[in-house]
Design a protein around this ligand. Structure first.
Ligand code: UD1
Length: 366
């Protein structure tokens, strides 16, 4: 059974790595890897392939950045040609980026089975492009592999038949557990003169935080306040960097004592920084999950999360866009009075095995 595995953007790479490895050991499956090229910078793509030991893609679409409609249209048009040529039995998509939705649409219309890894997550906030991608992908998928019970409930509520849903756990955690020993050897703390449990790690890239000059300024000001208490290290996403330059605020903060602004980091350096941090402040999805598993306090700068289990069971708290709340939560974490949290069920490093069994069963049943 030929299965095309789709990746496009940074958060896809850690999800595909363990799945591809597991598929290669399964005789029933002939996996191919396709990269749409949604992310293309060395720091956003190539470095992850190298560190996560993902083989070179079999197919590269090279679409690059554009408006959402144009980017999705380019992916769809090129991916249709690939499907006509390769005639796959299934297409596997991960996460919620534009590449995920674009390739699901193409496959579904061509009668090719769609498997969605990380199905069922909902923020119930359609101003997030990812929420649209999730809803469309899940409506089309033939097999929906979910990370948690809330995801199953969301899908059932939307009328997805139960037999299409398989709770397999969190795929990102397979990669985290596998690469932690390698990450442990990284010397990124020494490079920045940081001490374990004595710094704050920040990531920000959501349009809601970084596209509006006033919003970005207020977040940077709050981070600057926090850096008076503990050093703040902030690896900056290309989108955020571009905006900081455009809004004329990069220099104010890159010179500030206690603030370390870095280029976007590779996977291993980032995991090392996260594991040894006192607190993480983020608007990413995957980082909410990884901090929960590592037991690191996490403040999410969003009004909602599609990963509520990280708040209910884990170490995550939402601060929304309330900078006063961010500062008081940060103070609490730095003082060491944070909730302990537990690891959600099936976030155990064995998700890829369960996922590949579910995919094989889907083929055997049909
Ligand atoms: C995308 C995903 C988002 C994910 C994020 C992780 C969508 C809708 N969004 O957002 O869900 O959390 O990736 O990074 O799919 N750029 C570069 N080099 C690159 C890639 C991007 O310079 O390799 C710059 C370009 O100016 C581009 C901008 O970043 O216009 C935004 O990139 P894009 O892929 O559109 O969205 P992200 O914000 O990265």
């Amino acid at each position: 059974m030929k299965i095309i595995n789709v990746v496009g953007a940074r958060p896809n790479f850690m999800k595909i790595a363990p799945l591809l490895k597991e598929m290669k050991e399964e005789k029933l499956l002939e996996p191919l890897l396709l990269h749409t090229g949604q992310h293309y910078d060395q720091s956003m793509s190539e470095n992850f392939f190298r560190e996560l030991m993902i083989p070179e893609p079999d197919i590269y679409l090279g679409v690059g950045s554009d408006t959402h409609a144009k980017q999705v249209a380019k992916i769809m048009s090129k991916f249709e040609d690939v499907c006509l040529e390769e005639k796959p039995d299934a297409v596997l998509v991960v996460g919620d980026v534009n590449s995920t939705m674009a390739c699901s649409l193409v496959a579904s219309k061509m009668g090719i089975k769609v498997v969605h890894m990380e199905a069922g997550l909902r923020s119930f906030d359609r101003s997030m492009p990812e929420e649209i991608n999730r809803i469309v992908t899940d409506a089309l998928a033939d097999l929906l592999l979910t990370p948690s019970e809330d995801a199953d409930r969301n899908l059932l509520h939307e009328g997805i038949p139960e037999h299409k849903i398989r709770r397999v756990g969190n795929i990102t955690i397979d990669t985290l557990f596998h690469f932690l020993p390698l990450a442990e050897k990284r010397t990124i703390l020494q490079k920045h003169h940081l001490e374990p449990k004595n710094y704050v790690l920040v990531t920000l890239h959501r349009p809601s935080n970084v596209d509006d000059p006033d919003r970005l300024r207020s977040v940077m000001e709050a981070l600057s306040n926090i850096s008076d208490w503990l050093p703040v290290i902030f690896p900056v996403h290309p989108r955020t960097l571009k905006n900081m330059v455009e809004f004329g605020i990069l220099d104010n903060y890159s010179q500030k004592k206690g603030m370390i602004l870095e280029e976007a980091l590779g996977y291993l350096d980032f995991q090392k920084l996260m594991k040894d941090s006192k607190l993480v402040i983020t608007d990413s999805g995957g980082i909410q999950e990884e901090t929960t598993v590592l037991g690191i306090p996490c403040i999410t700068l969003r009004e909602n999360t599609e990963r509520p289990v990280t708040v209910e069971l884990g170490t995550n708290e939402l601060a929304g866009h309330d900078m006063g709340r961010l500062l008081s939560l940060a103070r609490k974490a730095i003082e060491g009075s944070w909730k302990k949290g537990t690891i959600p069920p099936l976030w155990d490093g064995k998700t890829s095995k369960r996922a590949v069994s579910a995919i094989c069963e889907m083929f055997i049943k049909n």
